[in-house]
Design a protein. Structure first.
Lengths: 355, 532
């Protein structure tokens, strides 16, 4: 018979060590599909590591990939903290990107120190509004936000497609459904010469630190934690659950919107329907790996990004499908969930007496 | 009550159950320390003790849920000879005729009483259901014991008292020779409890043995033959009920003298809160109030007596600022309240003690300090420009922990580590520290042990002495009669006008709680004529 006994107070090793060990186990488990694909396992691992960390270029690529993941990871982390199940970061990301293009592709002009904040604010606002709607429907009418935010992703993507075929279409694109490029002064400058890693990374890191302080040290963070952990008690104590939820929605949607801005202004330069390979959804995994800790999101986004970039480069070299990356990330998530369970409970194996 | 009940048959041949030297350790904690307990045939034994005294552990060992580290459990077989019971085997305990009635019923609400009783006794694979034999056996049981229930009603249509009868029948149907009842009166009106005790006495007279786990002393004195008291895992006393008195048992349980909560005379002052013709209609009687008129004055404890689920929740929600009346007005210090908002209520000197302290009273993963400050984090005392002042929050918590004797590892420990009594102290510290003018205490001592209960009462009386008005919603008549100045009865969303506690007759109160009698004391109340 297996018995689970809750631990009263998990120590720092369990809190911080378990996710790292879980990630390591997930990478080791990747040997199984590699072996099934008849790939040289040691070489494959080597290629993955060098693909993610082997050169300044590969590190820059990894960091470029990590940038939107940090932002969508934060979006999921803050929402899940308040038990607002925002599955719509993908849609919020596209709305943010579209807003950035709408104001940043030549409608207004100005120096960088004006234009960069302008596109950021526009994108964050658009993302925030995308989530405030479903949140109001949840608090006022009891509509399940998992359904509304998830389905809005598809609506937004179709809407973006429509706009790219119409109002936002670049006349110079030779028929490709893409927007006009944003003007140079709104572009996020690269952090290293001739590399893709850009200002967005700095912004994402600052967001993570700011969010950590916000959650831990401010009145609003206090209220978000209270509502998330026990909404009934929060309500009884006089905290407005609706207002807190709307604040969380604005933060979460805004961060996801910023991810879209960062991709448009930092990586791509214009909006197209393939802007995000699912960063919104991957953000959920990032947040779960980080156990919803804003600082942890940085680490887990770097992990997920390096797995993706490393597996990409490995698959090019030895012809194993890069879906392996998804597999590793998924296994890491499972390992962390199991690890999290083991952190909270002690497991006792008991031999049941016969009878 | 009946003096005949106190004479118990006691010869060694009559021994039914013998627990000998039971010891059970959980790590460093000794939950049971060499406990001996015997039960004779036809005897009612009361097992008394505070929370954590080891009652539940002992019963779990009896039922085979735990295996004792030392000691043995023996049950008499059909020939009256004691036989060792196999440890750690619940089925063996059932086969030996040990039946349990839990405090929280284990009935399937959508099945009938009959289905619930038979459930688990029939083979899973069978061609047809033969209920005639079961029904005949149950009819016979009901006739002999006086436990009458309509067995064809789905359980959710039964009253709490009837559900309990189904639970007892379920145990008897399985040929229980020893019935263990865990806090059986917690959910009953005094009349229901009285009739349950009458049944138990009848069953005991016909040879059934009973163990009652209880903390309400008066009831135990009325029904049991013998009392065993546990404290800190040890059996600290055992006596025949006829030799016992209320105070000595209480002291045995707590281990020191129990301060008696007593009101000192105090003239009530001005009205603090008045509900005038308040109606809240939420469709179901648990959450509705109908034309309620009550007033609580300064320096007065207004008790609201009633069986759970009669509108107490609606009243509490209203006074806590979580709901607003559909009709009627609420006045606080003569001013009509237009905005019902929990935050404002708390800030304006209304102390609110929630009914479910785990669910509504604290955020388990947040710290003790944060839970104490939770109502006030927006006030400038605890934040600057939105940033929390953790020093101020911790300082307040440290004061509260000492002043209210909250047992916890420290202000930074997560609140979920606290026991029920300490959570209640935490809540008292949160709301009473601000010298409130009005206190809503909803079941403030439910589930607490004697020591914590008397602490809650002392604090409420202290606040009353300082001039606060207290609205005390409770199902515990002893509590109400001890500390209230005025008592009103709530039934099906109606509240009678209040009566001075001194003029109240206990059994009449019970009838009013059951809705059988409407407020006979209209002439003795000061709010005469307000309510019909």
């Amino acid at each position: 018979m297996i018995r689970f006994e809750p631990r009263s107070n998990p120590g720092p090793f369990l809190t911080y060590g378990v996710p790292v060990i879980a990630a390591g186990i997930a990478i080791l488990l990747a040997a199984i599909p590699l072996a099934l694909a008849n790939a040289p396992i040691i070489k494959a691992y080597g290629l993955m590591i060098s693909g993610a960390f082997g050169s300044v270029f590969s590190i820059s690529e990894m960091l470029t990939r990590a940038t939107p993941l940090i932002l969508t990871g934060l979006a999921a982390a803050i929402a899940f903290r308040a038990k607002l199940w925002n599955i719509g970061a993908e849609g919020q990301l596209y709305m943010g990107a579209m807003a950035a293009v709408a104001v940043g592709a030549g409608v207004i002009d100005g120096p960088s120190w004006v234009m960069i904040p302008v596109v950021m604010i526009a994108g964050a606002l658009a993302g925030a509004l995308m989530l405030i709607g479903p949140t109001l429907m949840k608090t006022r009418l009891g509509v399940d936000e998992v359904v509304t935010t998830l389905l809005l992703n598809f609506i937004v993507l179709l809407f973006v497609q429509m706009m790219l075929e119409g109002a936002l279409k670049d006349p110079m694109s030779m028929g490709w459904p893409q927007s006009e490029p944003i003007i140079d002064s709104a572009v996020f400058p690269p952090l290293l010469e001739r590399m893709r890693v850009h200002l967005g990374l700095v912004i994402a890191l600052m967001c993570a630190i700011a969010l950590a302080i916000f959650v831990k040290r401010t009145v609003w963070g206090f209220e978000i934690r209270a509502v998330g952990e026990n909404a009934a008690a929060a309500k009884f104590s006089g905290i407005s659950v609706t207002k807190t939820m709307i604040l969380v929605a604005a933060l979460s949607g805004g961060l996801a919107g910023l991810a879209g801005v960062s991709e448009v202004a930092g990586t791509r330069g214009y909006l197209a329907t393939d802007l995000s390979p699912g960063y919104g959804y991957a953000g959920i995994v990032v947040a779960m790996l980080a156990r919803l800790s804003p600082i942890g999101v940085i680490a887990s986004a770097l992990f997920v990004a390096s797995v993706f970039v490393g597996a990409d480069s490995m698959s090019r070299a030895i012809g194993v499908s890069s879906y392996l990356a998804d597999l590793i990330v998924a296994m890491a998530l499972l390992c962390v969930l199991i690890g999290g369970f083991l952190t909270r409970f002690k497991v006792h194996f008991e031999r049941k007496s016969a009878g | 009550m009946s003096s005949a009940a106190h004479t118990s048959p006691k010869t060694s041949q009559d021994l039914l159950l013998s627990l000998a030297g039971i010891t059970k350790k959980f790590g460093p904690l000794i939950a049971n320390d060499a406990i001996d307990l015997t039960v004779h045939r036809g005897e009612i034994v009361a097992l008394l003790g505070e929370n954590g005294a080891g009652k539940t552990t002992l019963m779990n060992i009896l039922f085979g849920h735990y295996i004792a580290d030392e000691g043995t459990v023996s049950v008499a077989n059909q020939n009256g000879e004691l036989e060792l019971l196999e440890p750690g085997a619940p089925q063996a305990a059932l086969d030996a005729g040990i039946g349990m009635v839990h405090q929280h019923f284990t009935l399937a609400e959508n099945l009938t009483g009959l289905d619930n009783i038979i459930l688990g006794t029939e083979p899973i694979f069978r061609l047809r259901r033969d209920r005639t034999k079961a029904r005949a056996k149950l009819n016979d049981l009901m006739a002999r014991s006086g436990l009458s229930v309509d067995l064809d009603q789905p359980v959710h249509k039964l009253t709490v008292g009837e559900k309990q009868r189904v639970e007892i029948l379920k145990a008897l149907y399985r040929d229980a020779r020893l019935l263990v009842l865990d806090e059986p009166t917690a959910v009953l009106t005094p009349q229901e409890a009285e009739s349950m005790f009458a049944t138990l006495r009848k069953l005991a007279a016909s040879g059934l043995s009973v163990i009652i786990i209880a903390h309400k002393l008066a009831e135990v004195l009325a029904v049991s033959h013998r009392i065993a008291v546990l404290r800190g895992g040890k059996k600290v006393g055992e006596m025949t009920t006829s030799d016992a008195d209320h105070r000595s048992i209480a002291e045995l349980m707590v281990g020191h003298e129990v301060p008696v909560s007593r009101r000192t005379a105090r003239a009530p002052g001005n009205p603090v809160i008045s509900l005038i013709d308040v109606t809240i209609d939420r469709g179901d009687s648990r959450r509705s109030l109908h034309g309620v008129n009550i007033t609580a004055h300064e320096g007065e404890i207004l008790g609201i007596a009633g069986v759970s689920g009669n509108g107490q929740a609606a009243l509490a929600q209203l006074i806590a600022g979580l709901d607003k009346p559909d009709f009627g007005t609420v006045e606080i210090f003569g001013k009509k309240i237009t905005k019902f908002d929990a935050h404002q209520f708390a800030q304006n000197g209304i102390a609110r003690i929630p009914e479910d302290r785990h669910h509504d009273g604290m955020v388990g993963s947040m710290t003790v300090a944060e839970n104490i400050a939770i109502e006030d984090v927006r006030s400038p005392e605890y934040q600057k420009l939105g940033f929390l002042d953790f020093d101020a929050i911790r300082k307040r918590a440290e004061h509260a922990i000492t002043d209210y004797d909250v047992r916890c590892p420290g202000p930074d420990a997560p609140a979920r580590l606290l026991s029920g009594g300490n959570i209640q102290k935490l809540i008292l510290a949160r709301v009473l520290e601000k010298s409130p003018k009005l206190i809503l205490a909803n079941q403030p001592s439910r589930g607490l042990d004697v020591g914590a209960q008397s602490e809650v009462h002392r604090r409420l009386l202290e606040a009353r002495q300082a001039g606060a008005a207290v609205i005390l919603i409770s199902e515990d008549l002893d509590e109400l009669l001890t500390i209230s100045d005025q008592i009103a009865v709530i039934h099906a969303g109606h509240i009678t006008s209040s009566m001075a506690t001194e003029t109240i007759d206990r059994s009449e109160l019970g009838l009013m709680m059951a809705g059988q009698k409407k407020h006979a004391h209209a002439d003795t109340t000061k709010n005469a004529g307000e309510t019909a």
